[in-house]
Design a protein around this ligand. Structure first.
Ligand SMILES: [Zn+2]
Length: 320
């Protein structure tokens, strides 16, 4: 009897654990969170004794942080170790590669007393890479920390001032406007039920649409990577087929009274902005721009046209 009761309790605990395991990934996979702001943290405790910039007639490509005693030096952001060992004036040094919101970064931790990681180790933010020291060309115990931004890895030409990055949000670059469109549902009821389930699981904006069949369409993702993460979530959680649709934006002006007026406006707009501009006859003589990739860009363009020309414009959305 007592054993059965224990068994029941155990099963209940197991159920709770399973529920937690099933629920947590739902939230941790939210694309908004996956692509949300990230940040770099200081690699160690201590005082900044030398900043980024010209120093003694040369360039100091990083910041020096000094503290006495046994001081852990930690990964500034999650990443992968690409070098760990001795390198000339840097002494014992660790290089970590980071991929944050689609941008590559490399961080460098020099003059370490000892190294705790190896090449190809995946490190989390705050994980110890070694201890502060004064190996290589160092005066007094400190860590020389560099942050390189871009596609590069080793080239210090890509060095940026780490102080501009510590504890500041790295906002994802807006690449475009992407939506997910699911495959078709057989009934309106199943479409609506699916919409509700998707909303509940993700917190996304979800629309029920009829585009060649009953489908669901999400709100916009601003990067392709986040749309792809959303697509994976839909596959994993629901087993549904979904497609990534990219939206493009154009400006369409109001009508001009004559071809001459349309021509003059065409020349002005093209010369002033450098945009691709078309003369169209769509319910009147109008101008139409080439495509803009993001809603932000087209809205800025619209603002410019309003301010500089006083013309009415409409934003047109196209999908591919
Ligand atoms: Zn330094």
């Amino acid at each position: 009897m007592g054993r059965n009761l224990k068994m029941i309790r155990f099963r209940k605990t197991l159920m709770v654990l399973l529920t937690i395991l099933l629920v947590i990934p739902t939230f941790s996979l939210k694309p908004e969170e996956a692509s949300a702001a990230a940040t770099f943290i200081r690699p160690s405790e201590g005082t900044v004794t030398s900043g980024f910039g010209p120093r003694w007639g040369s360039m100091h490509y990083g910041v020096d942080i000094a503290k006495s005693g046994t001081v852990p030096v930690v990964a500034s952001a999650p990443g992968t170790v690409i070098f760990a060992g001795q390198a000339g004036t840097y002494g014992n040094v660790v290089y970590v590669h980071h991929q944050i919101n689609g941008v590559s970064y490399v961080t460098v931790y020099a003059h370490l007393r000892s190294i705790s990681v190896r090449v190809n180790d995946v490190v989390s933010q705050g994980q110890r890479l070694g201890y502060m020291g004064e190996t290589g060309n160092a005066q007094g115990q400190h860590v020389h920390f560099e942050l390189h931004k871009g596609t590069s890895t080793w080239n210090r030409a890509y060095a940026v001032d780490p102080m501009d990055y510590f504890d500041k949000n790295i906002v994802p670059v807006e690449e475009g406007s992407f939506r997910l469109l699911t495959g078709t549902f057989s009934t309106v009821a199943s479409q609506q039920e699916a919409a509700e389930r998707l909303r509940q699981a993700t917190g996304w904006t979800v629309y029920t649409v009829n585009e060649n069949g009953l489908r669901l369409k999400t709100g916009t993702f601003t990067t392709r990577a986040s749309a792809e993460a959303g697509q994976r979530l839909i596959t994993q959680q629901f087993g549904w087929v979904s497609y990534i649709k990219q939206e493009y934006f154009r400006l369409l002006t109001g009508t001009f009274n004559s071809t001459a007026e349309q021509n003059a406006a065409y020349e002005r707009l093209r010369n002033d902005t450098g945009w691709t501009v078309y003369k169209v006859n769509e319910n009147g003589l109008r101008l139409k721009t080439g495509t803009f990739k993001t809603r932000t860009a087209v809205e800025q363009a619209q603002q410019l046209v309003t301010n500089d020309y006083g013309w009415i414009t409409y934003i047109q959305v196209e999908e591919q």
